[in-house]
Design a protein. Sequence first.
Length: 255
Amino acid sequence: MKKLLTLGLFILLVTRSMLAFANIDLRSLRVGISPLHFPFSFKDKYSDNDFSGFDIDVIKGITTVLDVKNVKYIPLKEEELVNAVENGSVDIAMSGLPIEKENPEVEYIGPYLEGGLNALILSSNSGKIIRPSDLIDKEICVIAHTPSEKYVKRIKHAKIKFQNNLQESLNRLDSRSCVAVIDDSVFIKWMLVNTSHKGKYTNLPVNLTNSMLGIAISSSNPNLKEQIELGFRAIIANGDYDKYYLNWFGRKNDM
């Protein structure tokens, strides 16, 4: 334990020394987040001003390492986050954002997490549904107007059952009216270890789709990108990132 604490302190001192050498002083940071994107970032029900989530923990870890005194979270719609980085209304954005290379105005730090879509199934079906092809010609529940809806339409002869929310989808799954619920893979990973449904459901061993998630930052601000990258590398090296991941998803990250 003493060795780990010593290593963490060493990493912290080295990171701050590098920032000082580069003449970088980050006093404040505006972070664009989606307040409704569980488990990445969401409004803390016990507080009027605070947000919670895996992404929030990562940002707090980075800003602690960098000794940022003032961190302001700016809640936005998911589709507004990248534009906010572009127009300078936020310094960085982070709420399960896929890394996209098509936009030259925005760069990404990471990846810090693997995202995509997966299928939630009953544990009793775990030996019967193990790959995407096992969903062909099956009844599948999805929430309308989501990426899951776009994906399920590509499954051959899929019998699509649109639902208004997750609870409706779970009710259908429980009654065996559908064999799978397609949803965000990170949310499913959290759900399997952190709710009363633990043990009742499982997911496919491989995602249906894959995307690497990153911290969005303007390409016109290389100094800030350097700082955030240093902080990100520091929380991985000192073990804080693994603690956050274990807290939210019940195991170590195998990315």
